[in-house]
Design a protein around this ligand. Structure first.
Ligand code: SF4
Length: 848
């Protein structure tokens, strides 16, 4: 049956959205017949063009119905069979049997265990994990009922953003993903050179970004990619691939700076006017003049010029290539240089961020059409910037805040240096499982302190057990605490290792929601598609029932119905006019309100409510040279005196005095005021510490060496973090193999398709090997987000990259996923099933 047949068949098309942790929020539509989803479509609501692009989703969003209706979807409250007050046999967590129980029994157990633990150990002993993608309360990273009941411990630190928020906020006064830190999508078409540093938008920013990059390519831009593998985006866009060893990007950047300096091709005027700290003549008052960036690069005081020869030995890029790239970057204008956060998700990632901005600013590509020095872009249809052109209204209610522990996440208050030294901030995310298991954590401000976590409560879709570093330690942590509860959609690891599992409803099963505004041109009203399965309930209903049991007014937790909240957002939505004024998006009458049983005030607007709801999508019409364009830092470039950036000097701070101070406050690692190269823990130098370069090249047998391969974990096209891993169709289309260069494979005796064991100091997993020339020698690639499945020997048969990852802390508490050393050995056990034949409905249980 063709698409037109589906369009004409009986049933109703309902617009909703992909709501998962990629953050993209692409349009999704379902044909619903007799309460069943017959098929899915993405945005086909209007003809597609580069100026007025459809908000199309990727394969994951188009597979939502397989996730929503999967066999392992949780439908009833469950209790671990051998659970007893205090935990019972805690070693059975993760492999015990389940018993179906009533909601009343489940809620009574959770309520009484929370009260018992709170009274005996205090609220600090309760750890809340997870994040907000399913939660209807954006930005609230914990359960509101717990907040009203005295609060709980939460985590801080950076996952996706790596070292960027702290360093960017310090050096340039902002780190504003998806808004002012990027130029408008039309600007990329003006760039003549586009340098993509660690970027793979085809996989990590699925949705429209590749489409916009293609327009730039059609307009004649040359694309240069710098990465450790020939990633799928390069197959479409790249004019040149420059392979680089993981964790050595700073060395390459310093050598680029060296070439620009000795050839005098950098933009001295820009540096003099808009930056501090590049050379001895432009240092902040009081700062040692010899500590400037230029003299460090030239080796004036340390006697080590950061020449292309020096860098080449570290990063693997030839001196000739470094010279050529530096000259091209400095002379071809306009240039856009974009980094993903991946090179900053390393042990020395903060130094990469410093060097990236510094070298970008040396070229002067800031604040002019087609020019951009930027980083980030983590999701769907964001990536390109500018202030919103359409925005939602407020939900019309607030929730209790956590009175015990501040929630400083996502480039938030800690990254901006705006914190209270007396406050409790909880546990750094990378070490959370280590802290629970060991009883010690690194307290922000006060250093290593004891911590006594007795209970873990997982809310939202996120899944910290699987997604935080060191899965084996997570199992230890879960088997240590007295009580663990998870509200979830599926039997994820967070649920599997809990005592009580509460089945939550998904966004497809709620009344409606205006999705978080991250795409500046589009507002999507995600409408209810089907009823919740079995006895699944909304998060806020669950929370309100618990609050009642604690004597708290449930209206504090669920002040409005979800329907009323969503219509408040929709009816309060505004769209920008050509003169810059805002007008209501929706025209609503009293009859509209009465018919839907919602409260509100009738008002005029651009689109009548009924008409809007036919599609549920509003997209601002755009054309080239319209009045909605945005050039990153255009105001600052035009008038740095009147429009300074938010740093102490009002300029970009190449020499950043506050950065070492901030690092000292965190107490996890150190940094210099200007970009220096320091080898990473788990980096190239450590991999080769026991071998000279020649010995490494000559070595025929890698098996004799411990952990000499550098493993980077990448976003996969089949998962959004851990979400969608239970969709067999996606697992079949995008196999979760470990990619290894054919030269390394040859040394170990691995053939394409062999199963191999990948081991680090933290754990081991088994995967099928993809032997390929698309990844550089010495590097292996593993997609992140697969669900761990430990066997009786502790081997992870699910292939979770976090099984390999250590809990080491650095910077502002960011994860160091891309400086992880591994070894690879042949799998010698029984033949293994292929990924898509693995089951997540309980058939393949852990067999400890
Ligand atoms: S890009 Fe992200 S939001 Fe869009 S369909 Fe894919 S997973 Fe969903």
């Amino acid at each position: 049956m063709g698409k037109m047949d589906w369009e004409q068949s009986e049933g109703k098309w309902i617009t909703h959205a992909c709501f998962f942790a990629c953050g993209g929020r692409c349009v999704n539509r379902s044909l619903v017949r007799d309460g069943k989803v017959i098929c899915q479509d993405t945005d086909s609501l209007h003809p597609d063009s580069p100026d007025y692009p459809q908000q199309r989703g990727c394969a994951r969003g188009r597979s939502l119905r397989h996730a929503i209706f999967s066999k392992d979807r949780l439908k009833y409250p469950l209790k671990r069979k051998h659970w007893r007050v205090g935990g019972g046999d805690k070693e059975l967590r993760g492999r015990d049997e389940w018993e179906r129980i009533s909601w009343d029994e489940a809620l009574d157990i959770v309520a009484s265990e929370v009260t018992r633990i709170k009274n005996k150990y205090g609220n600090k002993a309760i750890l809340a994990t997870g994040y907000e993608y399913r939660n209807v309360i954006p930005g609230l990273y914990t359960a509101p009922s717990l907040n009203a009941y005295g609060g709980c411990t939460v985590t801080w630190g950076q996952a996706s953003q790596g070292a960027f928020p702290l360093v960017a906020n310090s050096m340039k006064g902002s780190y504003d993903l998806g808004a002012t830190d990027f130029s408008d999508r039309y600007e990329i078409r003006k760039a003549k050179l586009i340098v993509m540093w660690g970027q793979n938008p085809a996989w990590s920013q699925a949705g429209n970004p590749m489409y916009h990059y293609l327009q730039a390519k059609k307009a004649g831009a040359r694309f240069v990619f710098i990465d450790s593998w020939f990633n799928p985006s390069m197959q479409v866009l790249a004019d040149e691939w420059i392979p680089i060893r993981p964790g050595t990007d700073t060395a390459l950047l310093l050598a680029l700076a060296y070439v620009m300096i000795v050839h005098q091709v950098y933009d001295q005027d820009f540096l003099d006017t808009y930056c501090v700290g590049f050379d001895r003549y432009h240092m902040p008052s009081g700062a040692p003049r010899e500590d400037n960036f230029k003299d460090y690069v030239l080796g004036t005081y340390d006697q080590t010029p950061k020449t292309p020869d020096w860098a080449s030995k570290i990063c693997g890029v030839s001196p000739e290539k470094i010279e050529q790239l530096a000259l091209e970057m400095a002379t071809v204008k306009p240039m856009t240089m974009r980094a993903s956060q991946a090179p900053a998700r390393t042990d020395n990632g903060a130094r990469f961020v410093q060097a990236f901005y510094t070298v970008g600013w040396m070229t002067g590509n800031v604040g002019l059409p087609g020019s951009e020095i930027s980083a980030g872009g983590s999701a769907g249809n964001m990536v390109f910037g500018g202030p919103p052109l359409v925005r939602s209204g407020s939900k019309g209610c607030t929730w209790p805040a956590n009175p015990l522990c501040q929630p400083p996440r996502g480039g938030g208050m800690l990254a901006k240096g705006n914190y209270d030294p007396e406050a409790y901030y909880g546990i750094a995310m990378p070490e959370v499982w280590d802290a629970v298991a060991s009883g010690y954590y690194h307290d922000f401000i006060h250093g290593v302190q004891p911590i006594d976590i007795r209970m873990i409560w997982k809310i939202g879709d996120g899944g910290r057990m699987n997604q935080n570093p060191n899965f084996s330690r997570a199992v230890e942590a879960y088997r240590k605490v007295e009580f663990a509860v998870a509200s979830d959609l599926w039997m994820t690891n967070d649920a599997r290792y809990s005592d009580i599992v509460l089945p939550a409803s998904s966004m497809w099963e709620r009344d409606a929601e205006v999705l978080t505004q991250i795409n500046r041109e589009t507002l999507i009203f995600a409408q209810k598609v089907v009823d919740p399965p079995g006895e699944a309930k909304e998060d806020l209903w669950i929370e309100a029932q618990l609050a009642k049991r604690w004597g708290i007014d449930p209206l504090l937790i669920q002040p409005l119905s979800t329907k009323q909240m969503s219509f408040n957002e929709l009816l309060g939505a505004e769209v920008i006019c050509e003169n810059g004024d805002w007008e209501p998006l929706i025209k609503v009458t009293q009859e509209d309100l009465d018919r839907r049983g919602i409260r509100g005030t009738p008002h005029e607007g651009r689109v009548p409510l009924d008409q809007f709801l036919e599609t549920g999508v509003y997209q601002v019409p755009r054309h080239e040279d319209d009045c909605f364009g945005h050039v990153q830092y255009a105001d600052f470039r035009a008038d740095p005196e009147s429009c300074p950036v938010a740093t102490p000097s009002g300029k970009f701070e190449i020499y950043c005095e506050q950065l070492p101070l901030r690092f000292k406050e965190f107490g996890l690692s150190e940094i210099d005021p200007v970009a220096h190269y320091v080898p990473a823990r788990g980096g190239y130098e450590e991999a080769h510490a026991c071998l000279s370069e020649k010995e490494y090249q000559d070595k025929n047998d890698l098996k004799g060496q411990n952990f000499s391969l550098q493993c980077i974990s990448v976003h996969s096209p089949n998962r959004s973090h851990q979400l969608f891993n239970n969709v067999a169709q996606l697992r079949e289309v995008f196999p979760h193999d470990v990619w290894i260069n054919q030269l390394d494979a040859q040394k170990i005796g691995i053939q394409k398709g062999d199963f191999v064991v990948v081991s680090s100091k933290s754990g081991s997993l088994v995967r099928r090997a993809k032997v390929t020339s698309l990844v550089m020698p010495g590097v292996v690639i593993l997609g992140q987000g697969a669900w761990s499945m430990l066997d009786k020997d502790g081997l992870d048969r699910g292939g979770n990259a976090n099984t390999l990852q250590s809990s080491e802390l650095t910077g502002e508490g960011h994860c160091t996923w891309n400086t992880t050393l591994v070894r690879i050995d042949q799998w010698t056990g029984d033949p293994l099933d292929l990924d898509y034949l693995m089951s997540f409905d309980g058939e393949l249980e852990e067999t400890l």
